[in-house]
Design a protein around this ligand. Structure first.
Ligand code: SF4
Ligand code: FES
Length: 252
């Protein structure tokens, strides 16, 4: 069947503003939207720019807004967004990141925020066994199951309504990545990452819209992880007779 893909185009070298261009593409309902984009690039318009790598939902390169929702193009079937021939499907770049070209966005801020949470193992020296490796129970491992699934696609970052009004919010993905270590029994956890998380633009900027959870192609319970992190920070501060740095204290 033939469907129309209405794709946002923008080449900063020649265009003063983004615009939409429509391509009629012959597809099967079981084709992936990435196949349709590849078809356009190979056979219709080689200037179309988008990112992709693994084509199997693993690398996180091709998050974009398809039919108004954040999705991975390689995990979205044509039939998910176009029930019959002649349908027009709009494809736009991910939100909250500057468009580099067409469907490609500049990911600098997103990855800077990721780096800020120290997304690597920091051994808990107090719990470190003297002569052998850390032992982690099944239950302890289960604590970090969900955040280890993150592929850093940025779909949650694009879907988050807080970032519409506060571009300084560190964003849901960075908090998920922090949670992966904060709740790891072998890691130093929260103290090593408090200076980034316990900030008005850290976890406290989250308003529980749940859009991140809805958008995540890995079905990570993003909002829940953010709330667990908020709770862990509150507990940590209370145990020390301190208050959280959510910006409310300064306003009071
Ligand atoms: S939490 Fe989900 S939506 Fe956000 S970056 Fe990770 S995989 Fe993508
Ligand atoms: S191309 Fe790797 S996740 Fe889609």
């Amino acid at each position: 069947m033939t469907i129309n893909l209405e794709i946002q185009r923008f080449n900063p070298e020649v265009d003063s503003a983004p615009y939409f261009k429509t391509y009629a593409v012959e597809v099967e309902p079981t084709d992936r939207m990435l196949d349709a984009l590849m078809h356009i690039k190979r056979n219709i318009d080689g200037s179309l720019a988008f990112r992709k790598s693994c084509a199997h939902g693993v690398c996180g390169s091709d998050a974009m807004v398809i039919d108004g929702k954040e999705r991975l193009a390689c995990k979205t079937l044509v039939r998910d967004v176009a029930e019959k021939a002649g349908v027009t499907v709009r494809i736009e770049p991910a939100r909250h990141q500057q468009v580099q070209r067409d469907l490609m966005v500049k990911q600098d801020v997103f990855f800077d925020n990721y780096k800020k949470v120290k997304p690597f193992f920091i051994a808990n020296e107090e719990k470190k066994p003297a002569e052998r490796e850390f032992i982690q129970s099944e239950a302890e491992r289960a604590e970090i199951d969900d955040p280890t699934k993150c592929i850093l696609c940025g779909a949650c970052y694009s879907a988050c309504p807080v970032l519409d009004k506060n571009p300084n919010f560190i964003g849901p993905a960075a908090i998920v990545q922090a949670a992966r270590w904060v709740f790891d029994s072998r890691d130093q956890g929260l103290p090593a990452r408090l200076d980034v998380l316990d900030q008005p633009n850290g976890v406290w900027a989250c308003e529980n819209h749940f859009e991140c959870t809805r958008a995540c192609p890995r079905e990570i319970k993003v909002t829940k992880l953010i709330n667990f992190t908020k709770r862990a920070i509150t507990k940590y501060r209370e145990e020390r007779g301190e208050t959280v740095n959510d910006g409310q204290g300064a306003q009071a």
